[in-house]
Design a protein around this ligand. Structure first.
Ligand SMILES: NC(=O)c1ccc[n+]([C@@H]2O[C@H](COP(=O)([O-])OP(=O)(O)OC[C@H]3O[C@@H](n4cnc5c(N)ncnc54)[C@H](O)[C@@H]3O)[C@@H](O)[C@H]2O)c1
Length: 252
């Protein structure tokens, strides 16, 4: 009987030990499970936060890259001019043949140049090497519409110059040379700027005198196919003289 009791006690003890061991293993497993679960939640939320930061920062990174590019962009050499000597110059038709070369010259001389062009015959690529330079501005604008900016000098070149271009839309050519010139003279008057008009020998029409001097008035057919340009430039000259005489504007 005693032996039996002893055997049961021994077995119970072993079972107890086994149960305790199993309980310990279960506890460790549950603690480990919770820990890994929490870790994965934490990692997931960290990943989300990182993603959001990346999304917010991406446009800023792009802006910085653009800025770096513009800072490292090479421009042709530009002279330094003091505030007193540096002029604010407007060139209408500045993306055209003559205008773009004038832009180069005035930029390299150290002036602040604003090019205004409607890109009818001119092209952005003619002046693109200045885009981003602190002294340069390019405005897509039609001179037939008024323009309000502050400048010291105006080079008024906007007008198609070759016969196929100016005959393509005669009414527009007339508007550009008349209303466009009037707008530029009005601007020059308002801000006290000097104005240079790019006229043409076409104002003499089909001349009877060779070579033509400034006293010669010309021989123009007012209803011919070239009249939109010839007469447009003649009116432009007349307007310049009227502004010069009436409001003492300095016109070249
Ligand atoms: N090239 C010559 O041999 C010559 C000779 C005499 C006079 N000109 C005069 O010199 C000036 C420039 O001539 P170019 O040879 O450089 O011609 P161009 O056609 O190359 O340039 C004229 C510029 O004026 C722009 N323009 C035209 N209409 C405009 C408008 N309404 N608003 C804004 N911009 C406008 C054009 O897009 C172009 O960029 C013209 O006024 C022309 O009459 C030129």
């Amino acid at each position: 009987m005693m032996r039996m009791h002893w055997l049961i006690t021994v077995i119970n003890r072993r079972i107890m030990k086994l149960l305790v061991a199993l309980g310990l293993i279960a506890y460790i497993a549950s603690v480990w499970g919770t820990y890994t679960n929490m870790r994965s939640i934490q990692e997931h939320s960290e990943l989300k936060i990182e993603q959001r930061i990346d999304e917010a920062v991406a446009p800023l990174r792009e802006k910085i890259r653009d800025l770096e590019l513009s800072l490292t962009q090479k421009y042709p050499p530009v002279k330094f001019l003091s505030e007193k000597d540096r002029k604010r110059i407007l060139i209408t038709g500045g993306a055209g043949f003559v205008g773009s070369h004038l832009t180069d010259k005035l930029m390299m001389d150290g002036h602040e140049v604003t090019v205004v062009d409607n890109f009818f015959t001119g092209r952005k690529r003619n002046v693109e090497h200045w885009i981003g330079h602190e002294n340069f501005e390019l405005i897509n604008h039609d001179v037939v519409e008024p323009l309000y900016i502050e400048v010291d000098q105006i080079y008024h070149l906007a007008s198609p110059a070759s016969p196929p271009n100016y005959m393509y839309n005669p009414i527009k050519t007339l508007k550009t040379n008349t209303i466009g010139t009037l707008n530029m003279l009005g601007l020059a008057k308002r801000v006290g700027a000097r104005l240079l008009l790019a006229s043409t020998s076409e104002v003499y029409g089909d001349p009877e005198v060779h070579p033509q001097n400034e006293d010669y008035w010309g021989h123009v057919n007012p209803i011919g196919p070239r009249a939109c340009y010839d007469e447009g430039k003649r009116v432009a000259e007349t307007m310049c003289y009227a502004y010069m005489k009436q409001v003492c504007l300095i016109v070249f």
